[in-house]
Design a protein around this ligand. Sequence first.
Ligand code: F0G
Length: 352
Amino acid sequence: RPSWPGLIEAYRQYLPVTQTTPVVTLLEGNTPLIPVPAIAQIIGKQVRVFVKYDGLNPTGSFKDRGMTMAISKAKEAGAKAVICASTGNTSAAAAAYARRGGMRAFVLIPDGYVALGKLAQALLYGAEVLAIKGNFDQALEIVREMAQSYPVTLVNSVNPYRLEGQKTAAFEIVEVLGNAPDWLCIPVGNAGNITAYWMGFCQYHQDGKCDRLPRMMGFQASGASPLVTGKVVTNPETLATAIRIGNPANWEKAIATQQASLGQFAAVTDEEILDAYRMLASQEGIFCEPASAASVAGLLKVKDQVPPGATVVCVLTGNGLKDPDTAIKHCQNSFKQGIEPEVAAVAQAMGF
Ligand code: F0G
């Protein structure tokens, strides 16, 4: 089969690029839509459930979709440096694409609240990593201001090119299913991705590529759920550090998306997130990061509302390998250590 050219080449006609835009790509996109029958069975009612496994992008998260666009456009505009605030994934993607495009990458992260794999990526890709004694919301405020007074291009999801790139995930889903799903379940932090997916579905709908639009179901961690409560959270807390955000930059757009799609915002607890996280891995063989599992946790939480026979897609935004600490810490049951190096001892530990 022909090799995938990356999402800018694949969807050029739907993206704000020209023949002279320098395309900075790692061949992101074209990620699999995987059926998850064990989860469908819990819901029953003959529903079909799929996960859009965007953790298979080049840096391990959906951010690559937005970053190939944001960095290509920054390069086109002659930028020499980019900046972002990040809970980890944006910093990894910004670092990889910026360096590939020959630019400096400055990333502000909340000190102590970025998963190990993400930090390792940003450092090794060659970002200049600045850990601040504050949370993501504070870091975002700082970089927004800095981008106005210093020669650095902001590549957070307030940069419109980010959403343009990220909308392509919706295109891919429609192409595989032959239509839009009935429900799209998605974790929500800064609320860029839910906005981008909605743009993508609407664009394909207008273009006649699907004859319906999904309900957009956005799920937040209960300790960081401003879109559910309607109030800014000053000290957001959740073990799903990727979505540890109390004041989403795309707040209004997310509300508009929820209303236009007849969707819903709901909160899931860290326990519910962990249950879905472990279930996806142990029942379906899919390792995502905790924040991503919020989409499945949310679906299970509101499962009584799923219409019979519905097609549901849950977005798995990031790869489980990003956060090895959480995996090991919350999965000790089957880990037997300190066994003598002898067949008898191993057999005994196996329960034979
Ligand atoms: N899932 C993962 C794995 C994320 O990294 C993020 C956001 C989200 C979901 C939420 O997406 O912000 O568009 O609503 N991570 C950002 C970052 C904040 O800095 O990496 P959103």
